[in-house]
Design a protein around this ligand. Structure first.
Ligand code: 5GP
Ligand code: ZN
Length: 114
């Protein structure tokens, strides 16, 4: 069994509040939201981070961003943020590629994520 928390969510070994799912992608609510809407969009396949993607993952990366746009629309967001943290210095805690979709309140300017 994988030790990766997000792989466990993909495998439904851990519960999550799923808002979108297809063959390659799942999106679910963040357990510790920093805004009224905070959804994580992830590939079902374990990829460590954006930095670990390859040219053949371009279609998947596009699809992940399309799902981010779709769930943001479904949540009624007009202005929002899509972000991915890469590596320890990039603030990445879970080493399974994920895009944060954050909104529902005015957001601080970068570099603050919240
Ligand atoms: P990172 O800092 O790696 O970019 O973000 C990881 C995110 O995953 C954090 O916002 C954290 O709250 C969220 N998270 C960590 N564990 C779980 C979990 O078991 N379930 C859900 N839904 N979110 C989680
Ligand atoms: Zn994983």
């Amino acid at each position: 069994m994988s030790e990766c928390v997000f792989c466990k969510i993909v495998a439904k070994e851990l519960p999550s509040d799923v808002v979108y799912e297809d063959d390659a992608i799942i999106a679910f609510r963040d357990i510790n939201p920093v805004a009224p809407v905070h959804i994580l969009v992830i590939p079902k396949r374990h990829i460590k981070s954006l930095q670990d993607t390859e040219p053949q993952d371009e279609q998947l990366l596009g699809a992940l961003l399309s799902v981010a746009r779709k769930v943001a629309s479904e949540q009624g967001l007009e202005g929002y943020r899509v972000a991915t943290n890469i590596g320890k210095d990039g603030g990445q805690v879970i080493e399974h590629l994920h895009f944060h979709v954050i909104g529902g309140r005015p957001l601080a300017e970068l570099p603050s994520l919240g």
